[in-house]
Design a binder for this molecule. Structure first.
Ligand SMILES: NC(=O)c1ccc[n+]([C@@H]2O[C@H](COP(=O)([O-])OP(=O)(O)OC[C@H]3O[C@@H](n4cnc5c(N)ncnc54)[C@H](OP(=O)(O)O)[C@@H]3O)[C@@H](O)[C@H]2O)c1
Length: 121
């Protein structure tokens, strides 16, 4: 292993985010996980740190304050959702569409903006 990296991952409870966390931890790197649901397997790892955040409300993301002097090597925005509603335009629910847009677009942008100073540090 080369020098341990610090990696931030969103959506760590399942799927791509969980797999990314396991891969980086297995390689000896430190992982900061973000999401609304914990992953018990990752929680057991000494190099894993979890922060709870629900990406469906931008108001829960924008108050996040990070130590800009703490370097970050990589930010992996893997949290995402298809939403609850139908894909049919005729049946699509407006509120669900907006919530899904926040999870998939606005929240990742906000997370990126908040972590940018750390990625540059
Ligand atoms: N897997 C694929 O082949 C594939 C292909 C193309 C695109 N994608 C897209 O890539 C993204 C990740 O895919 P995946 O397979 O890893 O999906 P997944 O297994 O459903 O995982 C999604 C992750 O995002 C989290 N998440 C969803 N809504 C959230 C919210 N409001 N706040 C915080 N966390 C939230 C989930 O947490 P909870 O457990 O709390 O729900 C979960 O940890 C999805 O957007 C998916 O549509 C996946």
């Amino acid at each position: 292993m080369n020098t341990p990296k610090i990696v931030a991952v969103t959506g760590v409870s399942s799927g791509i985010g969980a797999a990314l966390c396991k891969w980086f931890l297995a390689k000896g790197h430190k992982v900061e996980g973000y999401g609304r649901t914990r992953n018990p397997e990752l929680d057991e790892h000494e190099n894993f740190e979890f922060s709870e955040v629900d990406f469906s409300s931008i108001d829960t993301v924008t108050p996040i304050r990070l130590d800009a002097t703490k370097p970050l090597d990589m930010l992996l925005l893997s949290a995402g959702s298809f939403g609850r509603a139908s894909f049919s335009l005729e049946q699509m629910d407006y509120n669900d569409f907006v919530e899904t847009f926040v999870v998939n677009v606005a929240a990742p942008l906000a997370m990126f903006q908040r972590h940018l100073p750390r990625l540059r540090a």
